[in-house]
Design a protein around this ligand. Structure first.
Ligand code: URA
Length: 275
């Protein structure tokens, strides 16, 4: 696929999700198209091929009527599992959420939060994304990854072909640390039972740890991400991939290509990486 085809496919995908009423994904604006292409272009392998540059299409893709996506019969999603007990999982998560909302173990966080941010996603997912802690937007809205880091996460997931509404997204810490400071070890420890309980209920096949705080809570190590990324680790029976936090990628865009490598490792594992 060259970048124009990729752009068109992304647009169609977003339009399709929009028709399904899927939340959180940005609308397919012209700006978004450019941003998606910009994200993908960090990967040298998927830059437009020289041949396609030499022979541009006679009609510019942007003015062509959108091609129809053939919509066959519904297929089972590779991101979801035919879980035996979705109602039980939903009930257990609701019960846990009430406990999280009532928690005041971290006095400073509990005093300053607008609300706790529990996590969001389908209970039958095979994939859990673990972030650090809510920021200002997350604290205001009550969902994880809805601020600037979340917008980058959206782009990464789209580029990786992972529908955001089919993965469970949660944070290591459920309350916003004031000023978005890094959570302390004791705050992570206080919140860890909630994280562990969420994972116990969801039983995912894969966890992606976004950043060092998640890595420490899930893998129990302070090894730098640079030494842990690029291969799978284990949390109980779940495969764990480690990569840089989207907030870090916003500060250090040169690291985006490493995270894209990590996403390709995941795609390779899932058999979704196009040669
Ligand atoms: N927003 C979140 O919900 N988590 C993060 O780790 C960062 C931003």
């Amino acid at each position: 696929m060259d970048s124009d085809q990729w752009k068109l496919a992304s647009l169609q995908y977003l339009e399709h999700l929009g028709k399904l009423g899927i939340r959180h994904l940005p609308k397919p604006s012209a700006k978004l198209q450019d941003m998606l292409v910009e994200w993908k272009s960090v990967d040298p392998v998927i830059k437009p091929a020289v041949a396609s540059k030499a022979k541009p299409p006679s009609t510019p893709v942007t003015s062509a009527p959108p091609a129809k996506i053939p919509m066959g019969p519904p297929v089972e999603s590779p991101w979801l599992t035919p879980a035996k007990n979705p109602q039980e999982r939903t009930a257990a998560l609701s019960e846990l959420k009430v406990k999280v909302e009532a928690c005041r173990l971290c006095h400073e966080l509990a005093c300053q939060r607008k609300q706790t941010v529990f996590g969001v996603g389908p209970v039958t997912t095979r994939f859990v994304m673990v972030g650090e802690a809510p920021g200002a937007e997350e604290d205001r809205i009550g969902d994880p990854f809805v601020g600037p880091a979340g917008q980058l996460l959206d782009k990464i997931l789209i580029a990786t072909g992972i529908p955001r509404d089919q993965v469970y997204i949660l944070n290591t810490i459920k309350c916003r640390p004031p000023g978005n400071r890094v959570p302390s070890d004791s705050e992570s420890e206080n919140c860890r039972p909630f994280l562990e309980a969420q994972l116990e209920i969801l039983q995912p096949d894969y966890i992606v740890c976004w950043g060092a705080v998640a890595v420490r809570a899930i893998l129990g190590t302070t090894e730098p991400i640079g030494r842990l990324r690029g291969r799978f680790h284990w949390y109980k029976k779940t495969k764990v991939l480690v990569t840089y936090h989207p907030s870090y990628l916003l500060r250090a865009p040169e690291a985006k290509k490493l995270t894209w490598e990590d996403m390709k490792t995941l795609m390779r594992e899932l058999g979704t990486l196009k040669p």
